[in-house]
Ligand binder design. Sequence first.
Ligand SMILES: *Cc1c(COP(=O)(O)O)cnc(C)c1O
Length: 370
Amino acid sequence: MSDPAQRAGALLTVDLDAVVANWRRCQAVAQPARCAAVVKADAYGLGMAPVARVLAEAGCARFFVATIDEGIGLREVLPDREILVLNGPLPGTEADFLEHRLIPVLNAPGQLAGWAAFAAAAGRKLPAALHVDTGMARLGVELYDLWRLAADTAALAAIEVILVMSHLACADTPGHRLNHGQLSIFHTARSLFPGVEGSLAASSGLFLGADWLADWVRPGAALYGLQPTAAGPNPMLPVVRLEAKVLQLRDVDAGDTVGYGATHSITKDTRLATVAAGYADGIFRSLGNRGCGHLGEIEVPLVGRVSMDLIVFDVTEVPADRLQPGAVIELLGPHHTVDDMAKAAGTIGYEVLTALGNRYHRRYLGGAAP
Ligand SMILES: *Cc1c(COP(=O)(O)O)cnc(C)c1O
């Protein structure tokens, strides 16, 4: 059998040393606050186990996932780190949290009541984080419910609140009025739980200034190289590289068209490269006639529609000796970042990363590469 890297149509390289460097950068910006790591959605598509392992080795003590099953999976990788589950317990799942030593983020009075009742029945005080909604209207206990909860001595006798947290809606827009509004509600919420640590900032919030840092920051995107700041150069190191192989080269004449729907017309003698990646691999269909690839410094435009397994590039400008079937075209990397591709596709880097498909041959560089 041939090498899997040889068989794969495209290669996804994840630089674990860059993930660690990005976490250290976040930790340096946040200090004296501490930096947790958000590894939900398979570490934004890059592989939860390898990412969590290197971050734990680098000293990260607290990890956030979204769902309980992600938490159960992460517990197998990290036997001795704190794991918080952002979505909190669905009714009837409380015992799973205890069994796998997962800490729920309690987002609603019902989740709080369920956890308190479970703890009381278990006859012990159980830890939880409390998520307060400060203006996003997504998850979190609203402030007026929090006043009542803070006075509910029975519930609080059963729950050890280890963290009061909230989430910013507009942290990527530093001047947005909601940032200050949320901060002020967050302060009020924290005053109800004196002595309990707080957490407000994710990747972009980290760069809003010291007022937003509280005791813990919770970056995800920045660890994976996405730009957390609204302007200027990206302070994070790039983490992913995606290279797809040329399956076929062809020379076409003026008058021909390319791909489904014949959306790209050839106007002069042109060389085309058909490449092994498509929307099933997370190359968004919106990149049709808008995306690009790179061969070294040469940018090659994506022409025609994106199909399920294939895309086509106009490689007329590339010297013929640099291209043959099996050669790779860079889709993501130093010349075209995840944020660049997202912009061309009309989305955000988060969606590009979490859409990366599972047909790629994945390679991990650095760290304790598996
Ligand atoms: C996803 C998420 C994060 C991480 O956000 P990034 O923008 O990726 O840093 C932090 N906190 C909560 C509540 C989240 O849902």
